[in-house]
Design a protein around this ligand. Structure first.
Ligand SMILES: [Zn+2]
Length: 182
């Protein structure tokens, strides 16, 4: 059922071999600048091109949601946008869900206006909740704990500014779902 990537041919004629990629630029998948450490992937024996399979890409996209949902400051524009795209919502759809105008969503995603704390919290919860209801058991305990923690985060007003790490370590969570070739 699942295509076996091991020994697959690269476009260059080389062979893609399973390896742990120590530092992978995940920006193209995330839609914002981010690198990931220690991710199971493939490297071509000839041209050295590094690739990830779809299962790992999907897992990392979800790990990024979990990382973002834990940030102790209001979501900056690019991360608020990321959470919406993970939800699969247009700006209009998210606005309807949250009972606000599309223009408001657009303003916080373009940096014209800071996201309001209540919308920030709602966006995090909306994005996390589907992760509990998927059949990906490896995620459930992490997300359930995080949903509980979010309440504690908001016992004081979140600061406006903060940085998201340039590099995210995904190995501890990915180790629970097995090697890339499984
Ligand atoms: Zn190649």
């Amino acid at each position: 059922m699942k295509a076996r990537r091991k020994g697959i041919r690269c476009e260059c004629g080389g062979t893609e071999r399973p390896v742990t990629l120590t530092d992978y630029d995940f920006s193209a998948y995330a839609g914002f600048a981010v690198r990931i450490e220690e991710v199971p992937g493939f490297r071509c024996s000839r041209c050295k091109t590094e690739t990830l399979d779809g299962r790992i890409i999907n897992a990392v996209l979800k790990i990024l949601v979990i990382e973002i949902a834990q940030l102790p400051f209001l979501l900056p524009p690019h991360l608020a946008r990321y959470l919406r795209t993970v939800l699969g919502d247009t700006q209009e759809e998210l606005a309807v869900r949250m009972g606000i105008s599309r223009a408001t969503v657009n303003r916080w995603e373009t940096g014209q206006e800071r996201i309001a704390p209540q919308n920030d919290l709602l966006l995090r919860v909306l994005t996390l909740y589907p992760l509990v209801t998927t059949n990906e058991k490896w995620l459930t305990p992490v997300v359930v704990e995080l949903l509980a923690k979010l309440q504690a985060v908001r016992t004081s007003p979140p600061p406006l500014e903060g940085g998201f790490p340039e590099t995210v370590s995904v190995a501890p969570m990915l180790s629970t779902i097995g090697p890339a070739t499984a």
